[in-house]
Design a protein around this ligand. Sequence first.
Ligand code: ATP
Ligand code: MG
Length: 261
Amino acid sequence: MSEHEIIGDIGKFKAPATDPVKNQGGTHAYFSCWDMHSYYGESYIVQGVNFDIREGEILALLGRNGAGKTSTLRSIARTDTPEMQHGEIWLDHQPIHNMKSYQAAQNGIALVPEDRRIIPGLTVEESLDLAQIAPPIGWTKERIYEHFPRLAERRAQEAVTLSGGEQQMLAVARALARDIKLLLLDEPYEGLAPVIVQEIERILESIRELGMTTVIVEQNAVAALKLSDRAVILDMGKVVFDGTAQEVLDNNELREEYLAI
Ligand SMILES: Nc1ncnc2c1ncn2[C@@H]1O[C@H](COP(=O)(O)OP(=O)(O)OP(=O)(O)O)[C@@H](O)[C@H]1O
Ligand SMILES: [Mg+2]
């Protein structure tokens, strides 16, 4: 399949004539998704989503419950459900759209799902070892423990017994233990007490300083926007806003209409 051939039903859609990586303010996008359409069975959920991200940017992907945020992240990570029937995904000049999820992962896409997927029976350290079982390896364990001292203290503890906040730290640490190019965080603050949210926020700030290109999905839109350069708002599976994070923070109407805050 050629690089520009698109998957699925191409009947009424047209592939772009050239590399779809758009030119944004003179800088090439590092990541772009173009006209993604995804389904759960007959259920048409992601309805033509487009956005792009420059290297090192943090993008907040926002919207009400059921807007399609998780489905969009899963489409990008190439999970089997929802099934992406049409669209293109590019990361660092690589086409991702025809890949399976394990190939997308090998090519640098790391999805940290809402449920954090802590593996029972493994300690913190074993969980990190497992993430590094095969190349490409990212941060060393030493570096991870330096950035996540709570994990260092608990390295011998069984990971399922960690607190919610610590489990979130481990989920992010496991992603960084691999050599990744795009970090997709689905509701990293979900179910965490405000004080723990602040701790995770500090970790995300340090990830930001390290220049990790990141998409953050969050119900706590203000917290996500404070960390983000840009924002995309989804509503019923479509992009209804694409702009700077500051524009969303400044625009009460937009927030009331699509974010209920
Ligand atoms: N496995 C599934 N099968 C069928 N429909 C699904 C499935 N998962 C999600 N959906 C539907 O897809 C729509 C979008 O769901 P999605 O989880 O992407 O929303 P979301 O924006 O992440 O919402 P939330 O903020 O509640 O996490 C919803 O209407 C949901 O019911
Ligand atoms: Mg969700």
